[in-house]
Design a protein around this ligand. Structure first.
Ligand SMILES: CSC[C@@H](O)[C@@H](O)C(=O)COP(=O)(O)O
Length: 374
């Protein structure tokens, strides 16, 4: 594994499962809609294409969405460069940035990593603008701005990989041996590399823990059956796919020792938004006395929200529910409600695994302690 500055790992080298890679200033995104049947990378070299990749879920998973958004900011400015007239008025540069920000921020609403990444990129942009003396911006200064934005986006990526390694290390000590149930996909495909909840599973397996993974298929996009199963096969970790509604009975039969999932947004009291079906799993876990773990980096916390009440839950197109492989599976004219996420109340969560440490209840106090001091 190639190390670069400050002990960080070159993103391209970090994992053999890559949701995206960066080559010659272009972003190539593995089209996850086509997995596991086809491994095709989509060249996202315009702002429109980056937004499309996020919205249509060629790339998905909160940390991956955040990283691609950050790179999207760079791509948007780079793309605009040839159409700009230099010297460029500061106000025109500002309105260009706002346009890019608006476009990316409307791609998906729930994963806070998207907005967190935009804020980090805006910080670099603003810092740069503030340093420029009054007047217009020349070509050279614009090039420098691009360089700083690219650097920041790649740092966000590198930091995510490191965070995943750390979560893997902490979380793997918590996991018991035996059946572990997971929902959706939280692996290398959903992150900069390695994974959050799946990274914990991966690390536990690497350390020799005898675990067996129950993979919820995760209707309707089938992140479990198509993506998590694909990753586990590559990693040679034993698993079986189950229909989402098998989970309760398996718990009752004593086949599940722990549940571990990821998160899209965690409020300051620990309420956690994640893939639809997570809430039901947490209730079942409570009923059966099974530990219920969340694994998520600090970029997934939204400390502006007091509770999960304020988390925007994405409602996607009903076609995703009404069709399978583009064929209608319901009566013509049937309507569907396609909630993409739900919110699990903090009281159903045993612990939250982050790169800064493991957070246990009471979450309202401990989230702040761990995130600020960890
Ligand atoms: C490490 S990914 C964590 C979450 O983003 C994941 O569990 C999830 O819900 C993904 O939803 P998706 O709709 O596939 O983007």
């Amino acid at each position: 594994m190639k190390k670069i500055k400050d002990n960080l790992i070159e993103p391209k080298e970090a994992d053999f499962i890559k949701a995206f890679y960066w080559e010659n200033s272009s972003l190539f995104i593995l089209d996850q809609r086509k997995l596991p049947l086809k491994e095709i990378y989509y060249k996202a070299n315009t702002l429109k294409k980056v937004r499309y990749s996020i919205k249509e879920m060629l790339v998905r998973g909160a940390p991956a969405i955040g990283i691609v958004t950050a790179i999207g900011v760079y791509i948007g400015l780079k793309e605009a460069q040839s159409k700009l007239t230099f010297p460029l008025a500061k106000k025109n540069l500002l309105s260009l940035f706002v346009r890019i920000e608006k476009s990316l921020s409307s791609a998906r609403p729930t994963a806070v990593n998207l907005f967190w990444a935009l804020k980090r990129m805006k910080g670099v942009f603003q810092g740069f603008i503030n340093k420029i003396p009054e007047g217009n911006l020349g070509q050279r200064a614009f090039e420098e701005l691009l360089k700083s934005l690219q650097k920041e986006a790649l740092s966000i990526w590198e930091e995510d990989i490191l965070a995943n390694f750390k979560m893997g290390e902490y979380g793997s000590n918590l996991l018991p041996e035996g059946g572990i149930l997971t929902h959706c996909n939280t692996g290398a495909l959903a992150t900069g590399g390695y994974g959050t909840a799946l990274g914990v599973i991966r690390r536990a397996y690497e350390k020799g823990k005898k675990i067996f993974i129950w993979v919820d298929e995760t209707r309707p996009f089938l992140q479990g059956a198509r993506l998590t199963a694909w990753e586990l096969s590559k990693l040679k970790i034993p698993y079986k796919i189950i229909t989402d509604n098998s989970a309760g009975y398996l718990m009752k039969k004593g086949k599940v020792r722990a549940i571990i999932v990821g998160a899209d947004r965690i409020a300051s009291n620990g309420d956690t938004a994640n893939k639809i079906g997570t809430y039901s799993l947490s209730v079942l876990a409570k009923e059966h006395g099974i530990p219920f773990y969340i694994a998520a980096p600090s970029s997934t916390f939204d400390l502006t929200l007091a509770s999960g009440e304020g988390i925007p839950v994405e409602v996607r197109n009903e076609k995703e529910v009404l069709t399978c492989k583009r064929k209608l599976i319901a009566p013509a004219g049937a309507q569907a409600m396609n909630l993409a996420f739900d919110v699990t109340p903090a009281e159903n969560i045993t612990a939250i695994i982050t790169e800064k440490g493991i957070i246990v209840p009471p979450f309202s106090q401990n989230i702040l302690n761990v995130l600020k001091n960890g």
